[in-house]
Design a protein around this ligand. Structure first.
Ligand code: LUZ
Ligand code: MOS
Length: 749
């Protein structure tokens, strides 16, 4: 099944929020934002804005009828700042005007009176001052203190990763339309329609049933619209409520890059102890998460960092300290991988350092410690259906690693200024929201009397292809070609109380709910068929739109069956709810089984560095990935390749630079993302016979895990750099830009 949006995207007929037909009387909103990273807010004079052409209203916190609070996990974030501002780009007021341009001019005319306060940007410094978002956490297994004595080698070091801009193609966008009786309908570019509904209700002081939030599709999200689509949608709703007119708010690229959160930068310390043969005995890490100015999703992201701190490895004694540190930067937020990539980079750095110190090759240490069946994770859960070693072996065989390493060594010996490097990156990623409550989804299925079918779920299509997968599930379950089925837009009116489409679990959970709803209708239809055909219910099924008896097609087709069922007053609609079974987590004990299952895979990555210039190319990546039994193989391949490329962008070229809290990399000329020339040759293979009893139709989640293959590029680059400078110890400070590579090669001489 290919992506259902394919043709519409190519033709340009697919609609995003900013493409919706504009209702009569539409106004446009623009936020007045803080120019300082931390300041006391003394006053705001709306007069110049109100005098600006086309401006209809200037709204501040005083205009909020409900509660000026948009925080989810921690209630620490105002929609519109009152006493103080805490980051550059923080919204203080909303200017509403007749055109987007005039709204922006009005916002610029607003006079903010600010008194600068001292600001903190470094997470370690914030932690030293005790400025934490939530209490520090510690996940521990085995006896770390005692285990050091058993280690033959102990290495220590520091590893840092910078943030990452989501750069979804569609910027944050919303349109709010006042309806009869004070109801407000919001179109939002959100991954979390229910969150927008809940927070809009809180801010407007309305019950949730007075708000409907609808999403047709997003032009990418990557986590950036899990929490951070909300404020813009709520501002549009507030403006609609206050003016009584429809209001649209669409961020420009520049506004989006300045005002919205990104991937969290982390700074970490590691200590790794090994036996003489490279077996890992003990690991201790301290993760300092730069949370920015508000909690947003940071505590949940920190939790996933802890769970993934030991990567794809068996670590019998581990202690992971984790702190979420408040700084004066935009609140950092969800981004594909959700804290796991940052933590995995740290253990990969520790293994790299251990390889350097012991002389045991990196790949040997990695392979020796891969997770096997039954191994415990530090949070207590045990590995089931382990595919770490299998994916490792398949990727290594695909790349013929030994021969490759020999060739690379020979080439490096022959070429003084061009060095090649190789690395292997195994990934193990837990599937489920770590917050157990969020692991639920719903679906609503209608069969109409002409036999056509409509499916609604809580899943948001953001280009990731969840709609293809849900259609595949509905088609397989009903036994009806996908052309007869329409997937509806996602709205809080059809499926309520939804979790964000996130955590790679959109298809897993909403697909399962779809399966349950389709099965309920299918069973009712088969009861009708049993009567019509005078055949036992158990012998009947539907395939390709025809009822089969003991596997053989009957003369009863889908359309006639539906008509018959309707005339016999059989319910042709079903709603179903799915809650992932068997998962739990106890935060007091830091123990549990937070994940339904894990995704495994391994990448072998090759690079070439120009050691005169520090520039490099990622030549080739081979991947053996555990994709389960795919619901949509083309979609999964897209996710595999796209995830890898996004991950290598984070590791190499995407350089987020702040100067005194101001984002200097706030345009596409100063922030570089991977393009086609920077994309390697990718040979991605899915493990054969790798089905998964824990997800819908034995599939596996795909969205996030491939991102982390990109981490391998960092270590392949280090491998190449060391071929030129075998005397220099590795540095672990991503992204490893060409500038940093050049400094590594030449700065000290
Ligand atoms: N969002 C969330 C996520 O709220 N909880 C999670 O565990 C998660 N994991 C990955 C991506 N988004
Ligand atoms: Mo998330 S990082 O929105 O899956």
């Amino acid at each position: 099944m290919s992506h259902p949006d394919l043709i519409a995207h190519v033709l340009g007929t697919s609609r995003f929020v900013d493409d919706l037909p504009e209702p009569a009387g539409l106004l446009h909103a623009s936020a007045v934002t803080s120019p300082l990273p931390h300041a006391r807010l003394i006053g705001l004079d709306p007069a110049p804005a109100l005098a600006s052409p086309g401006v209809v209203a200037v709204l501040t916190a005083a205009d909020i009828p409900g509660t000026n609070q948009i925080g989810g996990i921690v209630q620490d974030e105002e929609l519109l700042a009152t006493a103080a501002v805490h980051f550059v780009g923080q919204p203080v007021a909303v200017v509403v005007a007749d055109t987007p341009h005039r709204a922006r001019l009005g916002a610029r005319a607003c006079a903010l009176e600010l008194e600068a306060l001292p600001a903190v940007f470094d997470p370690r410094e914030a932690a030293a001052r005790g400025d934490l978002i939530t209490a520090q956490r510690m996940l521990e297994c085995g006896d770390v203190d005692a285990a050091w004595a058993d280690c033959e080698v102990i290495v220590e070091g520091r590893a840092d990763t910078a943030g990452q801009e989501h750069l979804y193609l569609e910027t944050q966008a919303a349109m709010a339309i006042p309806e009869e009786g004070g109801r407000i309908r919001i179109f939002s570019s959100t991954q979390a329609p229910t969150a927008v509904q809940r927070i809009a209700a809180r801010v407007l002081g309305l019950p949730m049933n007075m708000l409907e939030v609808e999403v047709t599709r997003l032009g990418g999200a990557f986590g950036g619209k899990e929490d951070q689509a909300t404020p813009w949608a709520v501002m549009a709703a507030l403006a609609a409520r206050r003016t009584g007119r429809p209001v649209k708010l669409v961020l420009s690229r520049h506004e989006d890059m300045v005002c919205t959160g990104k991937r969290h930068p982390y700074s970490s310390d590691f200590k790794l102890g090994l036996a003489g043969d490279g077996r890992i005995i003990a690991y201790e890490a301290r993760l300092w998460q730069n949370a920015g100015a508000a909690a947003d999703l940071s505590p949940a992201i920190l939790e996933r960092s802890m769970f993934h701190a030991t990567g794809a490895y068996r670590v019998p004694n581990a202690r992971i300290h984790a702190a979420s540190c408040r700084t004066n930067l935009p609140p950092f937020t969800a981004f594909r991988g959700f804290g796991a990539p940052q933590a995995m980079f740290v253990i990969e750095a520790a293994i790299d350092r251990a390889a350097e110190v012991t002389g045991i090759p990196r790949t040997v240490i990695q392979a020796r410690n891969l997770l096997d069946e039954g191994d415990p994770f530090p949070y207590g859960m045990r590995v089931e259906r382990a595919r770490a070693r299998r994916s490792w072996d398949e990727a290594v065989a695909l790349a013929d690693l030994e021969t490759l390493q020999r060739e690379v060594a020979a080439a490096n010996a022959a070429e003084p200024w061009r060095k090649r490097g190789v690395a292997v990156m195994p990934v193990c990623f837990g599937i489920s929201f770590t917050n157990t409550t969020l692991n639920q989804a719903g679906a609503l299925v209608h069969v109409y009397t002409d036999g056509s079918v409509s499916v609604s779920t809580g899943a948001v299509e953001m280009g990731q292809g969840v709609s293809a997968k849900i259609l595949a599930v509905a088609s397989a379950t009903l036994g009806l070609p996908a052309e007869r089925i329409r997937l509806e837009s996602t709205t809080t009116r059809t499926v309520a109380n939804t979790s964000p489409t996130a955590a790679s679990s959109g298809a897993d959970m909403n697909g399962r709910a779809t399966e349950l709803a389709c099965r309920a209708i299918g069973d009712r239809l088969l009861s009708v068929a049993a009567e019509r055909l005078d055949a036992p219910f158990a012998d009947l099924s539907i395939a390709d739109g025809v009822v089969t008896v003991a596997g053989r097609p009957s003369e009863l087709g889908w359309d006639e069956l539906v008509r018959t069922a309707y005339s016999r007053r059989v319910n042709l609609s079903a709603h179903a709810h799915y809650a992932t079974p068997g998962i739990w987590y106890d935060r007091e004990a830091e123990r549990g089984e937070p994940f339904a299952y894990h995704v495994f895979g391994t990448a072998v990555l090759e690079v070439t560095v120009d050691c005169l210039r520090g520039t490099y190319v990622v030549d080739r990546v081979r991947i053996a990935h555990d994709g389960g039994r795919s619901l949509a193989p083309e979609v999964d391949r897209g996710q595999l390749e796209g995830g890898l490329v996004q991950g290598l962008g984070w590791m190499t070229m995407e350089e987020l630079v702040f100067s005194h809290g101001r984002n200097l990399s706030d345009t596409l000329s100063t922030y570089k993302i991977p393009d086609l020339p920077s994309t390697p040759v990718i040979d991605g293979r899915f493990l054969a016979d790798a089905d998964n009893p824990k997800a819908v139709l034995r599939s596996k989640a795909i969205g996030e895990p491939p991102f982390m293959y990109g981490i391998g590029v960092y270590f392949a680059l280090l491998d190449a750099l060391r071929a030129f400078r075998p005397d220099r110890p590795g540095v672990y400070d991503a992204p490893l830009t060409p500038e940093k590579a050049l400094l590594f090669l030449h700065a000290d001489r």
